[in-house]
Design a protein around this ligand. Structure first.
Ligand code: 2RA
Length: 336
């Protein structure tokens, strides 16, 4: 049994963490729910018990075995080392530690060996990266990877609670003919719109989200020079990120070979039957643990390349489930 803490328990991912820990009967002896001072004092329900959110201070991690961080980069920067100093293993959802060479960036079904190298902090990748590498990993094993081009269609829950509320409020106003301007979260209306920006722009014209996909995929697959390029887009969907992926493989891979390789990948479900109009979609993926792959087809413009459509629940496998699976791996291997 483990003493567990969740930093950011009141957020969307924190709430999903509580649900998944209960669903999977993670061996929790004692659970602490922590947050920045703004949420401290609120109560949260876990397994029929009401827990009071404590303010996240270094001493709060005394006696904690595993801490899930689902809060800001600043909180991870300041508190993760303090927690580790107190004997805690930190599984961090924020982006702060992901590219640190001393910190494993882990998807248990893809690079479990990285988890074994942890020195107290482990980083869970960006949601859009996790589903991408879950689909790329089996193709890499089957035929090698030469180049990846990915376009994402990301739900508003990836931005957080306020973004979900913004879409919920804007949609009916648009339907009744009211003009809708920029909201508090997005600089343009999100309802019935498509925004070609996820996170801030970097100097190279790409957004941080697009560069996370590029940098994190290379680290997880241990391919530092993999040619990969991304476009990340926000769409008016509540939960579920979708991705259009073009993969140039090391050797030509037929559609059926690709389907077979994907079917063998734990955590991936192939939904790909054009004759029966079967392909993955966000609404069907919401609430599910798997990464769904379909629309697998040869690229007509470039022999040796394949297209695929990859969909997953960004709050579950994209964040909370991946973090819990890392913790399960740590426990079963005696690493925490
Ligand atoms: C997003 N992947 O969707 C980012 C962070 N969750 O906004």
């Amino acid at each position: 049994m483990k003493n567990v803490a969740i930093l950011g328990a009141s957020g969307l991912v924190g709430q999903e963490l509580l649900r998944i820990l209960a669903e999977r009967r993670f061996p929790v002896r004692q659970l602490k729910v922590l947050a920045t001072s703004r949420s401290a004092g609120q109560t949260i329900e876990y397994m029929g018990e009401e827990l009071t959110i404590e303010e996240a201070r270094p001493e709060a991690f005394e006696g904690v075995d595993i801490a899930f961080f689902a809060a800001s980069n600043d909180a991870s920067r300041e508190l993760a080392p303090e927690a580790v100093r107190r004997g805690c293993v930190v599984i961090d959802k924020s982006s702060y530690w992901r590219m640190d060479p001393e910190v494993p960036l882990a998807v248990p079904e893809v690079n479990p060996e990285a988890i074994r190298r942890h020195k107290g902090i482990l980083a869970s990748p960006n949601c859009s990266t996790i589903q991408l590498v879950m689909a790329l990993h089996p193709l890499k094993a089957a035929a090698g990877l030469r180049r990846v081009v990915v376009s994402t269609y990301q739900s508003v829950s990836g931005t957080g609670k306020d973004a979900v509320e913004e879409l919920r409020q804007q949609a009916p106003r648009v339907l009744q003919g009211d003009g809708v301007g920029p909201g508090r979260v997005y600089e343009k209306p999100i309802a019935f719109n498509v925004l070609a920006r996820c996170d801030a722009f970097e100097a190279n014209g790409y957004t941080k989200e697009e560069m996370k996909l590029t940098r994190e995929t290379r680290k997880i697959l241990e391919m530092p020079d993999l040619p990969i390029s991304a476009t990340a887009v926000r769409v008016p969907v509540f939960v579920g990120h979708s991705e259009s992926v073009l993969v140039e493989t090391g050797r030509p891979l037929s559609v059926e070979e690709a389907r077979e390789a994907l079917r063998r990948q734990p955590g991936v479900v192939v939904v790909d039957d054009p004759e029966r109009l079967e392909y993955p979609d966000a609404l069907s993926a919401a609430g599910r643990d798997e990464v769904f792959v379909g629309r697998i087809r040869e690229d007509l413009s470039a022999p040796g390349s394949l297209w695929m459509w990859v969909v997953s629940d960004n709050l579950r496998k994209g964040a909370a489930l991946n973090a819990v699976q890392i913790a399960e791996f740590l426990v079963q291997e005696g690493l925490a």
